[in-house]
Ligand binder design. Sequence first.
Ligand code: GUN
Length: 292
Amino acid sequence: MIILDGKKTSNDIKEEIADEVKSIIFSGGRIPHLSAILVGNDGASETYVNAKVKACEKVGFKSTLIRLPNSVTEKELLLEVEKINNNQNIDGLIVQLPLPNHLDEMKVTEAIDPKKDVDGFHPSNIGRMCLNLPTYLPATPSGILELLKRYEVNTSGKHCVVIGRSHIVGSPMSILMARNSFPGNCTVTLTHSRTENLKEITKSADILIVALGKSEFINSDMIKEGVCIIDVGITRVKSDKTKSGWKLLGDVNFEDVKNKCSYITPVPGGVGPMTIAMLLQNTLISAKGEIF
Ligand code: GUN
């Protein structure tokens, strides 16, 4: 079994990006700049956004974190988005999801200039992805592709089973794995909460991408010998064995499946760090004007 080491791979990518930033500065160019909007004080969102800002510092990007209270109106939030859209010095804008219930996530996502939509969530960028046109790929699916690519996992002709149909992970992942490229060229099955006989389907997967948000849902009875497992889940549970009192669990029971699979991403240190690296990469692509 080979561990798909997202921590190491994301550090490699961050070093590559940091080198590019140095050469941009050396040739008198403008430093890439990512702006993030965080509404409210959801603990998990705060952790993710802080990690994104810290990663910007690490590679030499500028970053701006705009914190808005839970009580912000949709109009006020849209005004912030508009300001950043019009700021020529900012290359990328993300609005951390989920938003409080009174704010329409789709309306806010659609308000982001597609040229600055480094999350790749804008409908026009999703459309471009579906048509295989140059665009920003959503960071988590893109990070998974990058891991499969760098570890040279053979995907062509394989059966890829995706669990979970979220707009952020499962749905785009299913589209990307079916594309005529490497990684890709899979026969894809997208499963979800209404899927019947899930175990029968997961047992036939050569590549299993699990993004349903239920800790340790996948066990060794549900997989085929030699499968490549990508675990997107991150659930924080109480633990008396760690200093912090918490530990992170994936959607896969790692200990149970580890001897049956060919490749696996650990939690933590698998997909999570890759997501941030790909967000930085999208911001660099935007700063260099490579797509639009
Ligand atoms: N919430 C969970 N994942 C993401 C992400 O990749 N981007 C944003 N903006 N919000 C998220």
